[in-house]
Design a protein. Structure first.
Length: 273
């Protein structure tokens, strides 16, 4: 399964970049136009507040907002929506042979993008995470975790980084004092999902555990409403958003974000013919 994810991601990112360079990112528009010509207005299921929803809006597609990317796939499986727009990383784990949705495929890559981790605006936690990213990339542990979940082909090389504390108002000190790093997530395989024992695992989950260990605190995973992620951060219900988050202008303006750590794309998923 993990080898399959890695192959899908490698192919998908290459295809996505080629499509972007050649104007092929307009394929979804062409498909929608053809459907309209045929008297069928395609409806795309998207997660509320996601990069997939942003892509649908940008391209003028008719869409149905749902609670999660998993829900978007369920919409396609039930026939409620004609297609879903989800992250390529999730498509690699969730669709095709040997997955939860073996009778689905992805077609068009609408965007290419990068993932980052979001902290409160002005928080020095982003600097701390960047330092852990740099260290773990240099010693190879980041690549080992990525390989475990089949996302190694998507990793972004991490440059050397040093933690710079914000004195006297340090978010890192606040987290260390309370003894817990609270991580806001949604269930999103292969980044954050539960194993057979109900424990949170995944590339993002394991990297968050590594940061918590470095901080000397416990880690707590909290499922959030993705559309309210900024509010959850600002109210200190969570300390960080770590869930395959695309670094969009809205995100980078509203949060203190880490360096990018994974490449991704938004892809269209449809039933296999």
């Amino acid at each position: 399964m993990k080898k399959k994810i890695a192959k899908v991601l490698a192919l998908g990112l290459v295809v996505g970049m080629a499509l972007t360079g050649c104007g092929g990112s307009d394929d979804a528009d062409k498909n929608a136009d053809q459907a309209a010509t045929d008297g069928e207005a395609m409806v795309y299921a998207v997660e509320t507040g996601s990069a997939g929803e942003a892509a649908a809006i940008e391209k003028g597609l008719q869409y149905n907002s749902v609670g999660s990317q998993s829900d978007a796939l369920m919409e396609v499986a039930s026939g409620t929506s004609d297609a879903a727009i989800i992250d390529l990383l999730m498509a690699g784990a969730m669709i095709g042979e040997g997955t939860s949705y073996p009778d689905m495929i992805y077609t068009d890559a609408l965007t290419t993008e990068e993932y980052g981790v979001g902290c409160r605006k002005g928080s020095d936690l982003a600097s701390y995470i960047n330092a852990v990213f740099a260290e773990s990339y240099a010693d190879g542990s980041m690549q080992e975790i990525a390989t475990q979940y089949g996302v190694q082909e998507s990793l972004v090389e991490q440059q050397a980084a040093e933690f710079v504390a914000n004195e006297p108002d340090s978010d890192v000190a606040y987290i260390q004092e309370k003894g817990t790093l609270i991580v806001g997530i949604t269930e999103f395989e292969p980044m954050d999902y539960k194993d057979e024992n109900g424990q949170w695992i995944g590339f993002d989950a394991d990297m968050a555990k590594k940061v918590a260990e470095k901080l000397g605190v416990e880690v707590e995973f909290v499922v959030i409403d993705w559309d309210n992620k900024i509010m959850e951060l600002d109210s200190k219900n969570i300390d960080v958003v770590w869930n395959g988050m695309t670094l969009t202008p809205e995100v980078t303006e509203s949060m203190e974000c880490t360096n990018a750590y994974c490449n991704n794309a938004q892809v269209v998923v449809v039933p296999a013919e």
